[in-house]
Write a protein that binds this ligand. Structure first.
Ligand code: IDC
Length: 493
């Protein structure tokens, strides 16, 4: 039996140039299809396709074929594999998004070089049955987007979309992907674009807020831990505000697979955004501890992710997880080279700078936050990372945080309930003392780690990820249950 598919083409507004809306009707077996261009500039436009499966049974794969008039070509795509043949452009799954559960959907995006709108489309071989209208007015958009004129601010660096599959790539066409409207009631809908205000994090209304969430484990090690169901559980069962995407650089991470991991990071940014959560992009340097070792990689990576995600409001950039064995001056120098790359591509994204001694504000290497206060990073809209592991780091570290928070905007981008090894027993008393302090100071935090490795800091029990069940407490370790109970309480937004 043929399964029903719904095809929706949509994109986000950015300019006041004329937008065209055309409607495709799908065959009788399908629900509906529509096509809207709401993000366009002189020489091109951007689209997003959502393939929906309104039936109750899953579909195993999908294929979308679009024909463009001569003179227009799909320049790049993301979250899909693109094949071009003349004016016909075929999109198949990126790999991870082939299967669509009953009632679910998947999206991919593309950039068209040229202004010609699709003249036909097919989904899984069934032709869309015709263009039924082309109103000239721009569609009412709900996609909260960047202000009119944004495309002029479109990044001009390297191609941003993951795995561009264009035959003739234009290095200057990196364009932000569409921004989704955050569902009402989500942290993202409530707070919008964040900014640093004094020593705090503020929402779009200027209110001081605290984000509470979790960090992934290394995304290259635990691919089965971050499907939609996991982020669903975090968003709706945990009421998490924040998902940190830990992308190791060494140990088989970014340096081994830059394109694959960039794509994975972007996918997780989209998944968090779709659920109304903030996404913290963590360039997880650890060994070697000198971030300068990865400076070239950092510039390359952040140019791409900042360009690609510039239009989104849910992205925060963490440029160096845990510098260690290096001076503050070296870290500051690294930051002052990486931050401009991010700013050139995403001017309003908050950047978090790691601190000396595994992001201990220097304490773990015999220093203190004073070295930062007296010699801060020369950039605005930045915060400083502080990390702790509750069984290892106690009163003297808490005292340092309390003191530093009066002068520096702090963000606890990683903390564990156990020892600094990431393993061992949960120290409930110290964890609660830390969380109480962070709540009091409105310091945002992400707990290490949302993974199912057999170690004390794991939120999930071994095997939980492959079971695919993430909601409730059944899959949670002792640490996971403690953290969930602290995170799911009401936010003060
Ligand atoms: C640990 C993981 C462990 C992994 C190791 C690899 O828990 O499974 O084998 O990394 O390097 C940090 C780091 C973080 C560590 C964590 C626990 O940011 O990568 O994760 N930790 O040791 N800083 C302090 C503790």
């Amino acid at each position: 039996m043929k399964r029903k598919l719904k095809l929706v083409l949509a994109s986000a507004v950015a300019v006041a140039t004329v937008s065209t809306v055309a409607f495709f009707a799908l065959p009788a077996s399908a629900e509906a299809a529509s096509f809207a261009v709401t993000n366009s500039w002189n020489a091109g436009y951007q689209g997003e396709v959502t393939v929906s499966n309104p039936s109750s049974s899953k579909i195993d794969t999908w294929k979308v074929e679009i024909t463009l008039p001569a003179g227009s070509t799909v320049n790049q795509s993301w979250n899909a594999t693109l094949a071009a043949s003349g004016q016909n452009f075929t999109f198949t799954p990126a790999g991870w998004n082939a299967t669509i559960a009953g009632g679910a959907s998947t999206s991919f995006g593309f950039i068209v070089n040229g202004t010609g709108r699709p003249t036909s489309c097919k989904v899984n071989g069934q032709a869309c049955t015709g263009l039924t209208g082309a109103p000239t007015s721009a569609p009412a958009t709900t996609a909260s987007s960047r202000p009119a004129g944004t495309p002029s601010a479109a990044p001009t660096t390297s191609s941003a979309a993951p795995k561009p599959t264009t035959a003739s790539p234009k290095p200057s066409t990196a364009t932000p992907t569409p921004t989704r409207t955050a569902a009402a009631g989500t942290p993202l809908a409530a707070n919008g674009q964040l900014k640093v205000c004094g020593t705090n994090l503020c929402n779009q209304a200027g209110k001081k807020i605290q984000l509470r969430g979790v960090s992934s484990h290394g995304i290259h090690w635990f691919p089965s831990c971050y499907p939609g169901a996991a982020l669903d559980a975090l968003a709706t069962d945990w009421n998490a505000d924040l998902f940190r995407i830990a992308m190791y650089v060494q140990e088989g991470g970014y340096e081994s697979d830059p394109n694959g991991l960039t794509t994975k990071v972007n996918t997780l940014v989209d998944m968090a955004e779709a659920r109304g959560m903030y996404a913290l992009i963590d360039f997880h340097v650890l060994n070697p501890g000198d971030p300068s070792f990865n400076l070239t990689r950092a510039k390359e990576f952040f140019a791409k992710v900042a360009a690609r995600n510039a239009g989104k409001k849910n992205v925060i950039y963490e440029i160096a997880n845990e510098p260690n064995g290096v001076s503050w001056a070296t870290i500051k120098n690294y930051a002052e080279q990486v931050i401009p790359v991010i700013r050139a591509n995403d001017p309003d994204g908050i950047v978090i700078v790691g601190t000396r001694g595994w992001s201990s504000l220097g304490v773990s290497e015999g220093s203190s936050s004073a070295e930062i206060v007296s010699n801060p990073v020369n950039a605005s809209n930045i915060m400083y990372a502080f990390h702790f592991y509750a069984a290892s780091h106690k009163d003297n570290y808490r005292a340092e945080v309390q003191k530093a928070a009066a002068s520096l905007p702090l963000f606890v981008t990683e903390f564990g309930t156990v020892s600094a090894s990431g393993d061992g027993a949960v120290d409930t008393a110290s964890t609660n003392a830390w969380i109480d302090l962070m709540d009091k100071l409105k310091i945002s935090y992400a707990n290490w780690n949302f993974g199912d490795k057999s170690e004390g800091s794991s939120i999930l029990k071994p095997g939980a990820c492959s079971s695919g069940s993430f909601s409730g407490t059944g899959a949670l370790t002792e640490s996971g249950q403690l953290i969930r109970s602290r995170i799911r309480t009401a936010d003060d937004f």
